[in-house]
Write a protein that binds this ligand. Structure first.
Ligand SMILES: CC(C)(COP(=O)(O)OP(=O)(O)OC[C@H]1O[C@@H](n2cnc3c(N)ncnc32)[C@H](O)[C@@H]1OP(=O)(O)O)[C@@H](O)C(=O)NCCC(=O)NCCS
Ligand SMILES: [Zn+2]
Length: 212
């Protein structure tokens, strides 16, 4: 009997899978009209719904649902038990912690159809979203912002802002490397310097930073 490697991609007759260079665990479902980039891995019991685009080198954990019609950039990491619903867009390098929750209808009712009222959520490049946090739809999470575990995001989040609590409040700034930025807007770890721009932070120099 032939034993397949666990890392063997599942066989599918769909056109896109002919040159498949990504991995989908055999317990997961990928619907028609889905694009998955090179090097992406989709682990156990997950479901990618039609019309979704997932970039290169992403890691999609266990029990994850994506779509329909969702776009996810390159190098994203989506931990276990996350649903990325229609209306949500993730740019490159976004981290979604385990069991964090996106929403897409602001005031749902079981007895009234509201899928025509889906509100968009945009998660910008490099943002990290902590475990068990909730993102109320209609918000933009800025570049490299950091959402603490369990936070509830109700408003737009500035670039590099650290947000914690329910409702989430800004408690400082976070560098691209994930460490805090001090009162002089300098990273306490890698030395990257920032300046204020459009309510958020923007890099002032590239000195001392070679991590990405
Ligand atoms: C937010 C975080 C990065 C810590 O940031 P920090 O500024 O270094 O926080 P500190 O540990 O210095 O704590 C500062 C205060 O905030 C509180 N705090 C820290 N994280 C918090 C959170 N997520 N929610 C509410 N309060 C929090 C601390 O209890 C402390 O309160 P105190 O001043 O009353 O004692 C971290 O707690 C966190 O939430 N990380 C996300 C982890 C995660 O979800 N990982 C997913 C992959 S496993
Ligand atoms: Zn840094």
């Amino acid at each position: 009997m032939q034993i397949k490697s666990k890392k063997q991609p599942i066989k599918s007759k769909s056109k896109k899978s002919l040159n498949k260079n990504y991995f989908v665990h055999k317990s997961s479902y990928v619907d028609e009209e889905v694009e998955i980039g090179t090097g992406t891995k989709i682990w156990h019991f997950s479901h990618i719904l039609s019309g979704s685009h997932i970039g290169k080198q992403c890691n999609i954990g266990q029990n994850v649902v994506i779509g329909p019609d969702v776009t996810i950039g390159n190098n994203c990491k989506i931990q276990n038990n996350v649903c990325v619903y229609k209306g949500v867009k993730l740019e490159d390098g976004v981290f979604c912690g385990p069991s964090m929750v996106f929403t897409n209808v602001y005031n749902p009712r079981a007895e009234i159809k509201k899928m025509d009222q889906v509100m968009p959520t945009l998660v910008r490049k490099g943002a990290s979203i902590g475990a068990n946090s909730t993102i109320i739809c209609g918000t933009i999470l800025g570049r490299y912002c950091f959402i603490g575990a369990g936070a509830v995001i109700t408003k737009h989040v500035p670039d590099h802002a650290l947000m914690i609590g329910n409702p989430a409040q800004q408690k400082g700034w976070v560098c691209e490397c994930g460490e805090k930025v001090d009162d002089h807007l300098k990273c306490t770890k890698c030395g990257m310097k920032y300046k204020k721009k459009n309510g958020g932070l923007e890099k002032r120099s590239v000195n001392g930073f070679n991590n990405l």
